[in-house]
Design a protein around this ligand. Structure first.
Ligand SMILES: Nc1nc2c(ncn2[C@@H]2O[C@H](COP(=O)(O)OP(=O)(O)O)[C@@H](O)[C@H]2O)c(=O)[nH]1
Ligand SMILES: [Mg+2]
Length: 456
């Protein structure tokens, strides 16, 4: 169901939509059928017919009078798709407070978090993915994240998701057509062969969307990166270099880092949360087992893992095994290239992790490449073919859609037939629909809009 077919709101909401606290200018916003008339009851405009007008606000209840500028927007021109008024006044918290109180007394209701954007969605002005873009924009920090949020807002992921939905629907339509000729054996067989291929190529397009994992960036404006690897590889040295401090104790005797250290850094406007962890060989049995469990937990919770190895020490079996267990996305960092070339260490792997950076933290060689690689990783969402960055909710729905696509392919391959495979395919379409809000599930809406601040 398209959001636009949901019933329009009948009440009028009000909230401060600029930042709270003293400021040069505060913006109080009303949206809903009575927005114009409620404001008219407290505001004397200099030019009643102008869309933008200076005027006087008179508040009966608090007996206050002050000047303000009124902006009026008709339904077809407003953010929410409803009648919308903004009063711009001097940003004094007591004045704003008194104004809100008066407007509420006159029939406006205090808006809940994200309610303006929710209405924009309900009136079909934004789709759900774009609405989440607004959320990310509001909470974004730094220029790059702002750009990314703008990308969502301008429909980046929406466009890609709509394309995916269309492709899924095309495949489903092919199958329905094939079912009409089901008596003819070879048509069904051709359809199955072709279907498996179509689903496989769909899978790749899904992956391009899901692989870029910077939902943290879009959501919280911070990407967490854990540094892990064997003791003495230079993890703490790298941590200090990235974070630009000497928080972590660097020592030539392995086993110095016992706790998880956390620091922050920013390059090119992207903020990173960096975690320095305990070295894998620093951990033995008994009490230290806890440290290893903790390490696993940390590695689970981050967006990217840097596995640091020492170029001058051939990785032993336990290190190689450890690297295998580190989940993607991960980046292999071969350090201390001032002591030895990286190649012999790299050759010890049967299969190398996807990305490798060689450097000497001590000499500072290769640190730029590492920073660029980190940025590239974040930017993979901005710069990939899909150009789309998914928020956490969008991502999880997309992952579920992909699982349904895979089930559909398995069904085809196991010979259960096109009809059964269609059920999973349709489920995939439904999950994708959730991403862009082509559903009427109140729960999803609540989930999305709760994360907003009031006034947005
Ligand atoms: N030669 C050289 N030594 C390094 C380099 N990076 C770190 N080290 C040294 O390696 C030792 C272990 O470093 P540390 O950061 O404590 O390793 P961690 O156990 O992985 O945290 C220290 O003596 C560091 O000074 C490097 O690039 N080259
Ligand atoms: Mg250390």
């Amino acid at each position: 169901m398209r959001a636009a077919s949901l019933p329009a709101a009948t009440d009028t909401i009000v909230a401060l939509s600029s930042a709270p606290g003293p400021s040069l200018r505060a913006i109080v916003r009303l949206s809903g059928p009575r927005a114009f008339s409620i404001v008219e009851s407290v505001f004397q405009p200099q030019d009643a017919s102008a869309r933008v007008s200076f005027g006087q606000v008179r508040l009966d209840r608090s007996e206050l009078e002050f000047s303000a500028v009124r902006y009026q927007f008709l339904e077809n021109r407003s953010y929410t798709g409803e009648l919308l008024v903004e009063l711009h006044l001097v940003g004094s918290p007591p004045l704003v407070e008194a104004l809100l109180e008066e407007l509420e007394a006159r029939g406006a209701r205090a808006a809940g978090p994200g309610e303006f954007t929710r209405r924009a969605f309900l009136s079909g002005r934004l789709d759900l993915a774009q609405a989440e873009g607004v959320c990310a924009l509001v909470s974004s920090s730094g220029e790059a994240q702002r750009r990314q949020a703008m990308n969502t807002l301008s429909g980046g992921p929406s466009r890609v998701i709509h394309e995916l939905i269309d492709s899924c629907k095309e495949v489903a339509a092919l199958w329905v057509a094939a079912l009409d000729f089901a008596e003819e054996e070879d048509i069904e067989e051709d359809t199955i062969g072709e279907g498996v291929q179509l689903l496989q190529s769909l899978r790749e397009r899904f992956e391009a969307l899901i692989v870029s994992p910077p939902e943290e960036v879009a959501g919280e404006g911070l990407l967490s990166v854990a540094i892990c690897g064997p003791a003495g590889a230079g993890k703490s040295t790298l941590f200090n270099r990235l974070v630009g401090s000497d928080q972590a104790i660097v020592s030539s005797s392995p086993g110095t880092t016992r706790d998880i250290l956390e620091g922050h850094c920013e390059f090119e406007g992207i903020r990173f949360r960096i975690l320095d962890t305990v070295g894998v060989r620093e951990v033995g049995e008994g009490v230290e087992r806890q440290a290893l469990d903790r390490l696993e937990e940390i590695l689970d919770g981050v967006s990217l893992r840097l596995v640091v190895l020492d170029a001058s020490r051939f990785p032993d079996r336990s290190v190689l095994e450890f690297v295998e267990t580190v989940a993607s996305p991960r980046l292999l960092v071969v350090n201390k290239t001032d002591l030895a070339p990286a190649d012999p260490v790299l050759q010890a792997f049967d299969r190398l992790p996807e990305r490798v950076v060689t450097l000497s933290v001590q000499e500072g060689d290769g640190l730029d490449v590492l920073r660029e690689t980190l940025l590239e990783f974040v930017g993979s969402g901005m710069g990939t073919a899909s150009g789309a960055v998914l928020g956490a909710r969008q991502r999880s729905a997309t992952v579920r859609a992909l699982a349904a696509i895979d089930r559909s392919r398995e069904v085809l391959e196991s010979g259960l037939g096109v009809e059964v495979a269609t059920i999973d395919l349709e489920e995939a379409i439904r999950f994708l629909g959730e991403v862009v809000g082509e559903v009427d599930t109140e729960d999803i809406l609540d989930l999305v809009f709760q994360r907003f601040c009031i006034g947005k």
